[in-house]
Design a protein around this ligand. Structure first.
Ligand code: ZN
Length: 129
């Protein structure tokens, strides 16, 4: 990838990082806000529990996205940005355009998601709402 494109994607990734960092601190505040108070009525408490679970999912997503972003920035520095971490092929630019911090080509991403789904199925999780 030439320097100009690399700079272009670096800028996009940094913008994304700012966006996610802001979202993360926003969600953290919201999460604090869902801490049940002793005096909360039953309905209020169960609403808070639901909110809390939902926001905790968002926090996990933010955190995962940030770790991808940091990984992508590292790869820009060591010159491997734009190559799939799994198969080593070039990630198509239209894909980087949409998800500049992506670490995998579409095929490997799908494989990876399937693996994660499988992991989630085999570990007990709370049922969906
Ligand atoms: Zn791949």
């Amino acid at each position: 990838m030439d320097q100009k494109k690399l700079q272009y994607f670096t800028k996009k990734i940094l913008e994304e990082r700012d966006r996610i960092t802001a979202a993360l601190s926003h969600h953290e505040v919201e999460f604090e806000g869902t801490a049940s108070t002793r005096s909360a009525e039953f309905e209020e408490a169960s609403r808070l529990d639901r909110d809390r679970e939902y926001i905790s999912g968002l926090l996990t997503m933010d955190t995962e996205e940030l770790s991808d972003i940091n990984e992508a920035l590292k790869r820009i520095l060591d010159g491997t940005y734009g190559k799939c971490v799994d198969c080593g092929n070039d990630i198509p630019e239209p894909r980087l355009e949409v998800m500049p911090s992506t670490l995998r080509c579409l095929d490997c991403q799908r494989q990876n998601e399937l693996r994660q789904e499988f992991d989630e199925e085999t570990t007990p999780t709370t049922p969906p709402l």
